[in-house]
Design a binder for this molecule. Sequence first.
Ligand code: SF4
Length: 616
Amino acid sequence: CFFNMLIMFDLINYFRMKASIENILRKYQHDSTRLMDILLDIQDELGYIPEAYVPHIAELLGLSDADVEQTLSFYHFFSTRPTGKYRIYLNNSVVAYMMGRSEVAAAFEEALGIKFGQVTPDGRVGLFETSCIGMNDQEPAAIINNVIFPCLTPFRVREIVRDIKENKPVEEMINYQYGEGQNASEMVRSMVSNNIRKVGPVLDPHYKVGEALKKVISMSPEEVIEEIKKSNIRGRGGAGFPTGLKWEFCRKAHGEKKYIFCNADEGEPGTFKDRVILTELPRLLLEGMIIAGYAVGATEGILYVRYEYRYLKKYLEEILENARKKNYLGKSILGKEGFDFDIRIQFGAGAYVCGEESALIESAEGKRGEPRDRPPFPVEKGYLGMPTVVNNVETFCSVVKIILNGGEWYKSFGTEQSTGTKLLSISGDCRYPGVYEVAWGFSVNDILDMVGASKNQVQAVQVGGPSGSLIEPDEFNRILGYEDLSTGGSLIIFGHHRDLIREVVLNFTNFFIDESCGSCSTCRIVPVLLRNKIEKILNARGVEKDLDEMLEWAKLLKASRCGLGQTAGNPVVTSIKNFRHLYERMIQKNKEYDAGFDLQAAIRDGAEATGRIPIV
Ligand code: SF4
C-alpha cells in the first residue's frame, strides 16, 4: 500500500510538472528561438529542468533532443538535477577572495554541513560557486534565488542560514536596509549599492526622457548616422569599432527585418558599470536603442541582460511597459508615420562568452552561446540571419547625449583618437571602489589618486579585466584610451601584500578555462597547460624554461576564433612581462629540467586505499 502511494505520488508529480512545462511552452507559442526563456521559466518554476522532459520539450518545439540538450548543458545556471529550494551561488572572482571570500565560503559550508557543489540531504539548500556576478564593489557577494546578498561576512552567513532553516522567504532576509537610488524602489528592493563616485555627461542625472527622441524624428536616419559619425564615438565594449560606421553598414544592408541588440552581458570580472546604468538610467539606455532603431531602420530591439541581474527583471519590464504607454515604443513612435520599434528583454543563463556579439545572438536564438565564424558580420547577417547592430549599454547611453548636444560637443571630451568619456568600474585595494565617469586620457596615476589608493602601496593594476593587462608602477603614467590602454572599463587594484601569481594570474587563468565554449582546440587546451605550469611553479618545481614555454604557448591562442581564446593567455603573458621577478623567485636555480610530476602525490589515493606505502 505504501509503495502504491509512492507510485501515485510520483505520477501526480510527473503530470504536474508536465502541465507546468506545457503552459510555459504555450506562453512562448512553441517558438524554438525562445528556448532560453523557456528553460529559464521552467527552472524558475520547478527549481531545475528535469532531463526526462527534454524529449517532450524538443517534440513540442520541433527540435531534436540534442538541440535542447546542447543549450541546457551550456549555461552555468541551468541544472538538470534538483538544486534545492534555496540556491546559493557564491562569487569566486579575484576581488571576492581579496575581500574575505574564503572565510565566507567556510562559514556557508560549516553552517549548512555541505561542500560547494552539493545539496543538503533534505534537498532544501544547494551551495554552488559562480564567476564574477558584477558586484566587485561590494564583495564578497552571493546570489540566493535571484536576490543579491552583498558585503557578506561569516556572521551574516550564519544569520542567512538561520533564516533558511526557519523557512523564511529569501526576499525577507534583507539585512537592515535596501541600497540607494532605485535599488530601494518598490520594483527592485535590493541591498545592492550603486557606488557612483564621479558623474560626467553620460551619468548626468538631469536627463529628460524622450527629448533626444523628439529631436531625432525631425532628422532623417542618414542625418542621425552622420551626427554619430561626427562624434567619432567607438563601441564601449572593448573592441572599439566606430559606432556610426556600424550603423551605416546596417542601414545599407539588405534584409526583411533589422534588429538592434544591446549587450548588457557584462561578464568580465571586475566590471559592474552596466548594472548601475540598468538601475539608475534604464530609460536613457532604451532611448539610445530606439534612436539606433530609427537610424538603421530596425523594428525590434533585444536587451540582452546577464542572468546575474535577474533581480532587475520586474523593474526593467515595467519601464518598457511605461515606454509603450508613452508611445516611445510601439507603432508610429511619437506620431512619426512608419517609425515602429519595440524592445524585449532576453536574459542569459550564465556564460561569459555570450559577451561576444555573435555568441550573444546565438544565445538569443535559443542556442549555445558559441561565437560564429566571421564574415559575415552581424550587420549583414545577425539575429535570425537579418542585419543586426550590437552595441554595448554605455554606447547607447552616449548616443542620446550626442544627439542632444551634437557630435562636435562630444569630441570636446577625451583625446583625438578616443573621444568622449568612459565609465570605469574600479575595485580592489582602494578606499572608494565604484563607478567613475572620466574623459578618455586619464592616466592610471590620476585614477589611483581619484579612488583613494596610495601609489606607494599599489603593486599592480589590472586594466581591462582578465583579458587586459596587468601593469606595474613604472607604467602608471600610461593613459586610458584606444591609443594606449584600451579598456572595456574594469580596473582592479592590487596592493603589495597580494600574491599576484597565486591570487590573480591563477584565478584569471582558471576563469578562462571555465568559460571557454570548447569549440577551438587552442582555447580548450592552452589555458589548461598554462594553468598546470603556474601550479608547477607555485609548487616550487618550476625551471627557467617554463617561463619561456608559457610565452611561446600563449602565442598559439591567437589562432582562436574569438576574443576569449585570443586573450586567455594575457594574464600569464603580461605578468611574466611586468613581474618576471615574482616567477623567478619561485623557480629552481641551476636546474634545467623538472617534469613537475610528483610520484608520491600521484599514487597517494591508491596507497591509502591499499594501506601500503611504497618506497619511491
Ligand atoms: Fe569558444 Fe574559446 Fe574558440 Fe571563443 S576562442 S570560440 S570561447 S573555444
